[in-house]
Design a protein around this ligand. Structure first.
Ligand code: MCA
Ligand code: AMP
Length: 502
């Protein structure tokens, strides 16, 4: 029996050796083989090493979906570096925080993002170089040495992925090579993912869903993906109806948009794919049923987190129950505990979901306090999600112990938006809450007490948009005279939410 690979990149290289000419990525009408991706990743590794990347140095990827994203990702690892993932929508506040917190030395980006990066460059003394793949990449790669094989070890840090800004600033989740390979091995087993699969991937590669499920699965299975720069419902629906694919993964908003596309094009029907997966946010039973009516396929819903990648999944072979997120992946554990006593609860009772296993991250980057708070002495990780387990073993997520808005699969921490809005001239006080939204699941709403009565909603939204990612900007602004507070002076968000919902 061959020894199991200890990292994603090692598994990928084995596939590149065995099936070099096999298509790995289809993108923008071109096909990139396993051999191409291997050569390109090695070119990145050689160039990064020649530039001076040392083991453990952080390299940020701030770029859109493209084959070079994956080549750079693998190349950083082959050079001994650590990848820092950056959402392409991030603006100055997020960039300043993430790139300085992680001590990023080199950032690989694209032309569209360069101006935003330049805005914060002066505040980032650690950032020594920026490589723009649209203009400088070939020169950078040509400067490299021949790559000398240097595979990561299982306990090496692989990725820092920023998440959970309960204090207004997100924390870097440290994922080790062994976390990544353990999770994808369990997932491929659970979803029967083989080299024959062909995934349609339109999720962003800078988040766990697209990268650590879609791309890792493809690269380690020796399978094929058709990668899209971004999700655009019309071409994606067309592809599902005309191309020979076996799997599609999306967030619920994508399924909702695809259903609208189907209604507009009754002459087109999706091919019967082997597997449709939804995750990152709750899939409504209505969307689940509508997709089944359209395709005669039952969506498999699963539940994950940046810190733990994938936690639970509905069964591939058994019943896929709407409104539930299934059971733990093989070799991973989950349980429900009382939020106050932390004692495990019997089936049917609601508490906080905890998870444990080889997929769980190593802690928060330079935040031992936050790491200690997140784990108990037995290694159980507190997800911050509320839910219960049914007698049949299915988990249902029913709420959140953490203050979090999920809009279209993107997480928004109200505190971060509040901190920015509080700086807007004319704002005396502000609270940010999530309201239900048919397309995005939830939407951001700001409730504002003005010090300047001429302040408009548009001005406030524009102020936010200038500093934070667009998906964090309030969709609605409600001006009020006072914010409801309890006896301790804490803003009572549930009352605000109820008041502005009507
Ligand atoms: C974009 N906009 C949004 C969102 N996305 N607003 C609210 N919620 C959103 N999700 C805003 C943009 O800022 C922009 O505003 C305007 O909408 C149009 O932008 P565009 O890029 O055209 O957006 P879109 O194409 O309509 O994007 C919708 C989307 C996208 C395709 C659903 O949000 C998406 O790819 N979501 C997937 C996120 C994901 O992969 N999550 C997984 C996280 P402006 O006009 O001001 O610029 S990993 C995770 O959660 C765990 C591990 C798990 O379980 O998976
Ligand atoms: P992130 O911090 O971006 O990794 O987001 C993880 C959070 O997304 C989880 O803690 C859940 O609150 C939520 N989430 C992920 N998958 C699902 C799902 N299938 N149903 C409901 N919530 C989900």
């Amino acid at each position: 029996m061959p020894i199991a690979p200890v990292s994603i990149v090692e598994a990928f290289l084995r596939n590149a050796k065995q099936t070099p000419e096999k298509p790995c990525i289809h993108f923008d009408g071109k096909t990139y083989s396993y051999a191409w991706l291997r050569r390109r990743a090695e070119a990145f590794a050689g160039a990064l090493s020649a530039w001076g990347i040392q083991p453990g140095d952080r390299v940020a990827l701030f770029l859109e979906n493209c084959p070079d994203f994956l080549a750079a990702y693998l190349g950083v690892w082959l050079a001994g570096g650590v990848v820092v993932l950056v959402n392409t929508q991030y603006r100055q506040v997020e960039l300043r925080h993430i790139l300085s917190d992680a001590g990023v030395r080199l950032c690989i980006t694209d032309r569209e993002r360069l101006a935003e990066l330049e805005r914060v460059r002066a505040d980032l003394p650690d950032l020594e170089a920026v490589v723009d793949v649209d203009t400088k990449l070939e020169v950078f790669l040509a400067s490299g040495w021949d790559y000398a094989p240097n595979l990561p070890r299982r306990d090496d840090l692989a990725v820092i992925a920023y998440t959970s800004g309960t204090t207004g600033r997100s924390k870097g989740a440290m994922l080790l090579h062994r976390n990544l390979i353990a999770n994808i091995t369990s997932l491929r087993e659970a979803w029967h993912w083989t080299a024959d699969d062909h995934l349609l991937l339109a999720l962003p590669l800078f988040h766990a869903h697209g990268l650590m499920v879609g791309a890792h699965g493809t690269l380690t299975a020796g399978a094929t993906m058709t990668l899209h720069r971004r999700f655009d419902a019309a071409p994606i629906y067309h592809a599902l109806c005309t191309e020979s694919l076996t799997m599609f993964f999306g967030v619920p908003t994508m399924y909702i948009r695809l259903l609208a596309e189907a209604a507009a094009h009754p002459e087109l029907r999706p091919h019967p794919l082997r597997l449709f997966v939804s995750g990152s946010a709750p899939l409504s039973p209505q969307t689940f049923a509508a997709w089944q009516a359209l395709t005669e396929q039952v969506i498999l819903e699963r539940y994950g987190m940046t810190e733990t990648i994938m936690n639970t999944t509905n069964p591939y072979d058994g019943e896929r129950r709407p409104g539930t997120v299934g059971m733990p992946f093989p070799r991973q554990e989950a349980r429900v505990v009382d939020v106050r006593t932390r004692a495990p609860l019997p089936d049917g009772e609601t508490g906080e979901i905890e998870v444990r296993g080889p997929h769980v991250f190593a802690g928060y980057w330079q935040r031992p306090d936050a790491t200690a708070e997140a784990f108990d002495a037995d290694g159980w990780f507190r997800t911050g999600d509320l839910g219960h387990r049914s007698a049949g073993g299915y988990y249902t997520i029913s709420g959140r112990a953490k203050e979090l808005i999920i809009s279209g699969g993107y997480n928004i921490y109200p505190r971060e938006v509040e901190e920015v809005l509080a700086q807007c001239p004319g704002v005396a006080e502000v609270a940010v809450v999530g309201l239900p939204d048919a397309e995005f699941g939830e939407q951001v709403a700001a409730v504002v007490v003005r010090s300047d009565p001429t302040l408009t909603a548009d001005a406030l939204i524009a102020f936010c948009r200038d500093q934070l990612a667009g998906f964090k900007k309030p969709r609605t602004v409600h001006f009020v005279d006072t914010l409801p507070r309890n006896a301790l002076g804490k803003v009572q968000k549930h009352l605000i939410g109820e008041a502005i919902r009507v």
